[in-house]
Design a binder for this molecule. Structure first.
Ligand code: SF4
Ligand code: SF4
Length: 359
């Protein structure tokens, strides 16, 4: 994916007023005009990976985009299915049954998308394959087993801020979103929060939101049981009193490094057989795993499409900052969010040298 000159990133601009249906039509025309799904061959088992969002979250990629993509894959003779993996924490998406039921409630049923949902990591998130990643200190990485059996991948990611990775888009969807439970655990292994006692007012919001019941109130102050904590960062996102802190220096670079390595492992399975799309509308400070209703941090930008996940995320991030006229650290979390792109380049996973093609 790298080393061959500038990667083409196709860009469909949109405004806050543009309906998803119109944007989807324009995307369909772009895919056809540029033959962007030309990598799909007759009978290719094609994983169409997205994120179904949490219950109240409004920012995820809408089902109509998935339907259009599924139909486009079928027109090429491919056999598409929608896929996802289980979350580490308990909730709507922690195993295949809950996750598929949740996806249906979010509008991703067969009637809406024309595709079945098949979980890539099995019933409990533990069906995995070890994939070597050249140059990675953590190789092999553990990814959901089904990806190794598919012929092609179409990935639709929603760009958001992210409290541990800085931002989440295609690299994060590949790295965390396609990892098995073990792979996800390894990515979160150094992300542990601490409570700043003098700031804690004992409101209990973090206790309510912690997915692993790792936080308790003791004498009116939050305490975290390190052995239960999975480093998801929900407590940090929900505390309004600055009482939860992560050691960002160690945490976010380690996490981003492992996300990139897992992403590289997945992408390498689909060399020349993949297409990646980033949706840059309804962009929020937090990712689509968070349950709260989103607030836009930047006006809608549009959709970007590329064969190189790294070039795609680099172009997306640049456009977000250009549109906001602010660095992402001012819009979301003040952490070194470009680390994931720089590390991806170092790993020869993809290119940061892109050509933006407005369509
Ligand atoms: S949300 Fe913040 S202030 Fe409230 S109990 Fe938790 S750490 Fe303390
Ligand atoms: S990071 Fe916070 S919310 Fe997540 S498991 Fe640990 S204590 Fe709970």
């Amino acid at each position: 994916m790298s080393g061959k000159g500038k990667e083409k990133v196709y860009f469909l601009a949109a405004t806050d007023e543009e309906e998803d249906s119109r944007l989807c039509e324009r995307l369909q025309q772009l895919l056809a005009a540029e033959n962007l799904l030309g990598c799909i061959a007759d009978q290719d088992i094609t994983a169409v990976k997205t994120h179904f969002g949490e219950s109240l979250k409004l920012g995820f990629a809408r089902p109509l985009y998935l339907r259009m993509l599924g139909e486009a894959v079928k027109e090429r003779g491919g056999l598409p299915f929608l896929t996802e993996t289980s979350t580490l924490y308990k909730g709507n998406r922690s195993d295949a049954i809950r996750h598929i039921n949740h996806a249906h409630r979010q509008g991703f049923d067969h009637a809406a998308t024309g595709m079945p949902i098949i979980m890539a990591d099995g019933l409990f998130g533990d069906e995995e394959v070890a994939v070597p990643v050249p140059g990675s200190p953590h190789s092999p990485v553990h990814i959901a087993a089904l990806f190794a059996k598919c012929n092609a991948l179409v990935m639709v990611s929603h760009f958001t801020g992210h409290l541990l990775a800085g931002f989440g888009a295609t690299i994060k969807n590949l790295g965390m979103g396609c990892a098995s439970r073990k792979g996800k655990m390894s990515q979160h292994s150094t992300a542990k929060p601490k409570i700043i006692k003098k700031n804690c007012i004992g409101c209990g919001i973090c206790v309510e939101w912690c997915p692993k019941e790792a936080v308790t109130l003791q004498d009116g102050v939050a305490q975290i049981a390190a052995n239960r904590c999975i480093g998801c960062g929900q407590c940090l996102a929900m505390c309004r009193f600055g009482a939860v802190k992560f050691n960002w220096g160690a945490t976010c670079e380690d996490l981003q490094q492992k996300i990139v390595e897992h992403a590289c492992g997945v992408a390498n399975l689909f060399q020349g057989k993949s297409l990646y799309l980033n949706i840059l509308t309804r962009i929020s400070k937090d990712c689509d795993c968070m349950g709260q209703t989103y607030e836009k941090i930047v006006p809608d930008i549009g959709i970007l499409v590329c064969r190189d996940p790294v070039a795609l995320d680099a172009a997306s991030l640049d456009l977000v900052e250009e549109r906001a006229e602010l660095q992402l650290s001012r819009l979301a979390y003040d952490i070194p969010y470009r680390f994931q792109l720089e590390y991806a380049k170092k790993l020869s996973f993809g290119s940061l040298d892109y050509e933006l093609i407005a369509c």
